[in-house]
Design a binder for this molecule. Structure first.
Ligand SMILES: [Mn+2]
Length: 346
């Protein structure tokens, strides 16, 4: 199965295997996947923890629950986002760090929502199955490769597996997959297939909306409320634009939360929020996108000093304060932030 046929001998084997598995019906694909496992197998699932990958792992654990002796989910990354911590805890997704698990106690290895070259931690693992929706990478192979990059969410693929296995997900699993699809498709404003939409619709009647609300809203640490006070005290409005520098922040994620909050203000076209972590100035850009381009503005203003850019409606710059002109960098505040923009925005 994993061998190329003659005509494709130039093509790496993972490409033709992925092609082969893509052509199968959902039922055939499920059958092939399940045929990898025996009752006595202990299965280790690897993910880079985010909502889509956690939901995918949760689904595979359910799929294999009565078919193998054990399923453990591990991740190499630290889970920092509060929404993701809330998701793990509220839905009781059993996750362990990669370091806490002895790999030789397991007989089968699965990688979900990622591919071996994506992380150095995955490079020397012989995966039995890889199920992912990122563009197919080269230089690796596995007995089972299901990579469909057009899918908005990886857990949509797993929802198809569950459906073919006639498994109706309980509320926690349904909520996990529902949230995973929402996050990875940015509420269907980015890459999404009809399969993502139909799966989303199908899951809707099984989710717990209270859990979902709590997960979606949990994005502020109690200790971070002080940054809102700083924002209200320091913000300046000029020509429908809000500017604010929040000073030192322990985690730049709070800049995004404050910026997103300020976009709710009526008649405001631009929101520019900055903060300092270490010796770096992080600047978050938000605009309504109408005849505006946040990514281009970020590049124009901060490009000369460090990495800056993004999309039409949202962008980010992270520059070393040392790189800014001294008269701006010293005692950087909201006024200085505004000064940087007047040249470009008037
Ligand atoms: Mn994903």
């Amino acid at each position: 199965m994993s061998k190329n046929n003659g005509s494709e001998s130039e093509v790496p084997s993972n490409v033709s295997l992925a092609k082969h598995i893509r052509r199968l019906s959902n039922r055939e694909r499920l059958k092939q996947f399940l045929s990898l496992f025996k009752r006595e197998d202990s299965v280790l699932i690897f993910i880079v923890a985010d909502p889509d990958s956690m939901a995918s792992a949760f689904a595979v654990k359910r799929l294999l629950s009565r078919r193998v002796s054990e399923v453990t989910i591990v991740h190499p990354n630290q889970i920092k986002r509060l929404n993701n911590i809330a998701m793990r805890d509220i839905l009781k997704i059993p996750l362990q760090t990669m370091r806490s698990v002895k790999r030789d106690e397991y007989t089968k290895f699965i990688l979900l929502d990622s591919q071996p070259p994506h992380r150095p931690e995955f490079a020397n693992i012989n995966f039995d199955a890889v199920i992912d929706h990122h563009p197919l990478t080269e230089g690796w192979t596995a007995p089972f490769i299901d990579v469909r990059e057009e899918y908005g969410a990886n857990c949509t693929m797993l929802a198809e597996y569950l459906k073919s296995a006639k498994i109706k997900p309980a509320a926690a699993l349904a909520t996990a997959m529902f949230y995973g699809i929402k996050v990875d498709t940015h509420n269907f404003t980015q890459k999404a297939t009809p399969a993502d939409i139909s799966c989303f619709q199908h899951l809707f009647k099984r989710i717990n909306k209270y859990w979902l609300n709590k997960i979606e809203r949990s994005d502020i640490r109690r200790a971070e409320l002080k940054y809102f006070r700083a924002a209200f005290i320091n913000l300046k409005v000029r020509k429908n634009r809000i500017y604010v520098h929040l000073g030192r922040v322990t985690n730049p994620d709070i800049l995004v939360v404050v910026a997103d909050f300020l976009t709710h203000v009526h008649d405001i076209g631009w929101v520019i929020v900055s903060g300092q972590t270490g010796e770096k100035l992080v600047v978050i850009f938000r605009c309504d996108g109408y005849k505006k381009n946040a990514g281009k503005l970020a590049e124009r203003v901060f490009g000369p000093y460090g990495p800056a850019g993004g999309h039409k409606e949202s962008a980010r710059a992270e520059v070393s304060l040392k790189n800014l002109p001294a008269k701006i960098a010293i005692g950087f505040d909201t006024q200085q932030l505004m000064k940087l923009f007047t040249k470009h925005l008037g």
